[in-house]
Design a protein around this ligand. Structure first.
Ligand code: G3P
Length: 491
């Protein structure tokens, strides 16, 4: 028997079939359209995403020569915070999905923050007020789509993040998991239920919200594809990667390098609040067990900068070429890029920031720009790690990494250098999908416990730091000066 994991990400949807060893048997992937209707706006078509889920799942199973009888469970993991509203009766979306990177709610956020500031709701939901999270996106839709608020109040409209959208399409149930719910700003981190005070503050009717379930439990049987197979997990993609990296003990951390990068530290069964710009979130919950919380450093733009250099500037023809170009020079030539395309997230939370390139001279070539782009990822992760270490008060021994950008040897070596900590990548690089598969497998008894899963984690590659401290400190000081230059470019 096998587990099918569906990883619905920001730029593409993947279906991966795992065997009982946690090894990949088949993988299929399809990109979906990114719409940018105005500066700062980012939308997806939820129907296209659902079609892609069906297509990649079918193709992955075909590749492996498997049928639904071979699949013990389906696990779901997804881009978080992306917000979909649909008609409860027809299941049709009433608007394109508003993607987590979208900044259209900037003014609304400032109004909500008022005199209390961005931490107004942090005690209850663990999150600062930011365009990133789902609740402000729901408010924008209720305020801007004609007639929608009245329909929502009448129970005719449903809200969901992408997990909820897909679970309803698969099983017919309107339900989310606790990790995705923890990204909405509407869930109380202690009760793990929708919080009346938060709902009132945002003006969001409770009737439109899904039920909240565990990350690892049987949501229902699939009805629209793979008939009868249990849908047995749902986790936000960053939490799924934490699970797939077997970070099951407090103090264990991972960083996933995708369109953005997200560092999560397991803090155990009590939420730890942050004063340094990290967010408190649910890491996972297995069945009825106590939830496990995490501190997260969310970085909006890392891999997206490489895509931007490819698509908007034509500097490279494909994303991996960034490495060859960066390797044509010895260093960044004094150049720093701060990719604040969606403002800056952790640890700064500056919606007014916009991207800057500093240190340009006639000496700088496209090789230096490529290197500065890769280095921007590593410096942003360092800023998050510094905040986390100051707060968690436990030294980071190694950083477990995963995601597309870990294929860049140059970036990973530089990451180890600037953190002054070894960086380790596991044998299964698809940790996000693996985490969803693990959680689904646990729910149906395919695997017995987390110790069994931990035993499957093996090192593939390890990068040791070698940069002299004075060089690291000099580079970091220049990076921080560049970060300051990015502030204050948007109202
Ligand atoms: O919070 C956003 C995050 O879940 C997006 O992840 O990998 O789809 O860019 P990814």
């Amino acid at each position: 028997m096998y587990i099918l994991a569906i990883d619905q990400g920001t730029t593409s949807t993947r279906a991966i079939v795992f065997d009982a060893d946690g090894a990949i048997v088949a993988l299929d992937q399809r990109e979906h359209r990114q719409s940018f209707p105005r500066p700062g706006w980012v939308e997806h078509d939820p129907v296209e995403i659902w079609h892609n889920v069906q297509a990649v799942s079918t193709r992955a199973l075909d590749q492996a020569g498997l049928s639904r009888a071979d699949v013990a469970a389906i696990g779901i993991t997804n881009q978080r915070e992306t917000t979909i509203l649909w008609d409860a009766a027809t299941g049709e979306p009433v608007h394109p999905a508003i993607v987590w990177q979208d900044t259209r709610t900037d003014a609304l956020i400032r109004t909500l923050a008022g005199d209390a500031g961005p931490d107004r709701f942090r005690d209850r939901c663990g999150l600062p007020l930011a365009t990133y999270f789902a609740a402000p996106k729901v408010v924008w839709l209720l305020d801007n789509v004609p007639g929608l608020r009245a329909r929502a109040e009448a129970g005719e409209i449903r809200f969901g993040t992408v997990d909820t959208w897909l679970i309803e399409k698969l099983t017919g149930r309107h339900v989310t998991d606790v990790t995705n719910a923890s990204r909405t700003m509407l869930m109380n981190l202690t009760t793990l239920d929708w919080d009346d005070e938060l709902l009132a503050a945002f003006g969001i009717p409770r009737v439109m919200l899904p039920e909240i379930g565990s990350s690892s439990y049987v949501y229902g049987e699939a009805k629209t594809m793979l008939h009868g197979v249990p849908v047995a997990s749902a986790l936000g993609d960053q939490q799924a990667a934490l699970f797939g990296q077997a970070c099951f003990s407090p103090g264990e951390a991972k960083c996933t390098y995708g369109t953005g990068s997200f560092l999560l530290l397991n803090t155990g069964t009590r939420p730890v609040s942050s004063e340094r710009g990290l967010v408190t979130t649910v890491g996972y919950r297995i069945g009825d067990a106590d939830p496990v919380y995490a501190l997260e450093g969310s970085i909006a733009i890392t891999g997206s900068l490489v895509q931007w250099l490819r698509d908007n500037l034509g500097l490279i023809a494909s994303a991996p070429e960034i490495n060859e170009l960066a390797a044509t020079v010895e260093d960044n030539g004094g150049c720093y890029i701060v990719p604040a395309f969606a403002g800056l997230f952790a640890p700064h939370w500056r919606p007014d920031a916009r991207g800057v390139i500093t240190g340009l001279t006639g000496y700088v070539t496209k090789g230096h720009l490529a290197r500065a782009a890769l280095e921007a990822t590593a410096w942003q992760v360092k800023d998050v790690v510094d905040a986390m270490m100051a707060e968690a008060a436990v030294p980071l021994e190694t950083l477990k990494v995963d995601g597309g950008m870990t294929a860049s040897d140059l970036l990973m070596a530089f990451q180890a250098d600037v953190l002054d900590v070894p960086v380790v990548r596991p044998t299964v690089a698809e940790t996000t999908a693996l985490g969803a598969a693990y959680a689904a497998g646990l729910a149906v008894g395919f695997w017995p416990d987390t110790d069994t899963l931990r035993a499957k984690w093996h090192v593939d590659r390890r990068w040791e730091p070698s940069m002299p401290a004075d060089q690291r400190d000099r580079g970091h000081a220049l990076w921080l000066r560049a970060v300051e230059r990015s502030f204050g470019w948007a109202d």
